[in-house]
Design a protein around this ligand. Sequence first.
Ligand code: IPM
Ligand code: MN
Length: 372
Amino acid sequence: MEKKIAVILGDGIGPEVTQQSIKVLNAVALRFGHTFEYSYGIMGADAIDKTGNPLPDETIETCLQSDAILFGAIGHPKYDNDPTAKVRPEQGLLKLRKELQLFANIRPISTYQSLQHLSPLKSKQLKGVDFVIFRELTGGIYFGKKELSEDQTYASDLCAYSKSEIERVSHLAFQYARKRKKKLTLVDKANVLETSRLWRKVVQEIASEYSDVTVDYMFVDNAAMQIILNPAQFDVILTENMFGDIISDEASVLSGSLGLLPSASVGNKTALFEPIHGSYPQAAGKDIANPLGSILSAAMLLDHFQLTHEATAVRAAVAWTLANGFVSKDIDAINNYSTTAIGDLITDHIERNKDSDSSSSSNASLNQSTII
Ligand code: IPM
Ligand code: MN
């Protein structure tokens, strides 16, 4: 198979973790006889520094001409602490999501037995935790009308949703639930927000087309609590943009490290794959960041190309490193390996065709594919 992959290294640790994924993808190409051709684009603080624009048109063009996008991370502290900044790195990512109509962000939450001690939850609560958050990504308060009064004493952000925006992501979530435990939870705030009531109405209508899927509804404040109290109850969570942003960071701590979690953003055009962690500027350039969030995002990219065996080989290699203690500093502060070393170990594992080692993984869900 020949595929074009657009790579956006981005900010902070983005470049170093993404380099590991490229090594891994090259190993997959070698072992399974594929050709992946990479073209590079810039975005975020990196792009602002180079061009003054967080998302140059050339980057959008490169993405549109590719079969998938692998993205690192975005953000820089010099903008975070300056609320008056007119140009911000994050605008690049938001614009890219809009331009590519990446309306569904898929964030699988899995746990690993060997890492359970890192989770703030007791292992009893972590048993059977394996769910996926479907976050709407191109609507809601992120993209509604924004206002700041002339005298800068009043501001507003509008949260707006149309029926069709809700429908398209909901269909994807229902189809996904069908391939899993057939349970979907809509997270909203329908007791207060008009947009949430529309979400409920639309999801109730759609639910009748998926009668094999059990649907329940949960207010976001309660969901935030349930994710900690009883996370094993969830299978597919469907929610709007900002609720999804918040609860996915919350849910990520269940796995033991934010650095482990991948995501896929899909829509009508080229799909994008990125770890859910941010740019982690304190670690940038030190070769200490966890590359697994990015490498598991590359596995989702392979799933997207329908290269299921290849994705499984990547997940098996990741499981092997975790089970054997080849972990980064966020996971073990004393005995740890560099970003590059972990990337090399995973690359070697794939090249040497050691799939059988995956049986040593204590986490069955790790090998589950995420067909999008
Ligand atoms: C995410 C990030 C982004 C978001 C930021 C960087 C704009 O937090 O992908 O979750 O809020 O969507
Ligand atoms: Mn976020």
